[in-house]
Design a protein around this ligand. Structure first.
Ligand SMILES: [Zn+2]
Length: 120
């Protein structure tokens, strides 16, 4: 698959873009991107407000980038760090499957003992 990384001319500078598949892919660190209800995301006990503000700002920016990309006709695929950590093979297989599929939005996360796939 041909891909480019961090295209500056696209909203959110996606980690990977696959022009042939109209796919923009983000690999999100669960902490920095505020992955809710994820065991890899816990607000630090010190300077909690600072981190809360910072991380929710990142999440707002992510949502804006996703909207912008979709408005430009890109499909958006989000791979969370927890999915890669807990279910590496299944995550990659599912990602490639989804790239070839028709979903316009895909979110891959760890559900503990299984991979959680949300596709729209
Ligand atoms: Zn996570």
């Amino acid at each position: 698959m041909r891909f480019r990384i961090h295209r500056r001319d696209l909203p959110g500078r996606p980690d990977l873009t696959l022009p042939k598949w109209n796919a923009a892919i983000f690999i999100h660190g669960c902490f920095w991107h505020g992955h809710e209800q994820c065991r890899y995301f816990r607000l630090p006990a010190t300077r909690t407000d600072f981190w809360k503000t910072k991380i929710s700002g990142n999440a707002v920016r992510d949502a804006r980038a996703e909207d912008g990309l979709r408005n430009l006709g890109w499909r958006v695929l989000v791979v969370w760090e927890c999915a890669m950590r807990d279910h590496t093979t299944a995550t990659l297989e599912t990602l490639f499957e989804q790239i070839r599929g028709g979903a316009t939005y895909v979110d891959l996360a760890s559900g503990g003992d299984h991979l959680e796939v949300r596709a729209e």
